[in-house]
Write a protein that binds this ligand. Structure first.
Ligand code: MG
Length: 159
């Protein structure tokens, strides 16, 4: 088994859609980025790649590459999962935390887990997503941005 950790941050801005775990959340602001800026999915991908010691999303999907402009991060997660499989890894479990002052994310978490699980080819019970505020402190507290942490366990498939 291998453990991995991922962390990501994106700035909040007006005129962008807010996508977390592939779920579009109605909100006055969205996350800024080259792709869809899905901070949760990015942290998950970095955890997976980290566990396999296969670099990070910046090396696999460089933001200088126009191919990834506006990219659906769930699609990239599927690619990461395929890459892991080709190296003999399968996902054991993922646990992630989104840091955001607003909006309330709890109603959207089941859909996020479902999307992430489907893209990684695992059951929803293997994917945990949590959300917390930082009590008004720091850049997430002021609403300047959102962050996400993720840890995962990979298991060798033997292939
Ligand atoms: Mg990112």
């Amino acid at each position: 088994m291998r453990i991995g950790h991922g962390y990501d941050v994106h700035r909040l801005t007006e005129g962008r859609r807010l996508i977390l775990g592939g779920v579009e959340i109605p909100w006055e602001k969205g996350l800024l980025g080259h792709s869809d800026a899905d901070v949760l999915t990015h942290a998950v991908m970095d955890a997976l790649l980290g566990a396999a010691a296969l670099g990070d999303i910046g090396t696999h999907f460089p933001d200088s590459d126009p191919a990834y402009a506006g990219a659906d991060s769930l699609r990239l997660l599927k690619q990461v999962t395929r890459l892991l499989r080709s190296h003999g890894w399968q996902v054991g479990n993922v646990d992630a935390t989104i840091l955001a002052q607003r909006p309330k994310l709890a109603p959207h978490i089941p859909a996020m887990r479902e999307h992430l699980a489907r893209c990684m080819g695992v059951e929803i019970e293997q994917v945990s997503v949590k959300a917390t505020t930082e009590e008004g402190l720091g850049f997430t507290g002021t609403g300047e941005g959102m962050a996400a942490h993720a840890v995962c366990l990979l298991e060798k498939t033997g292939s």
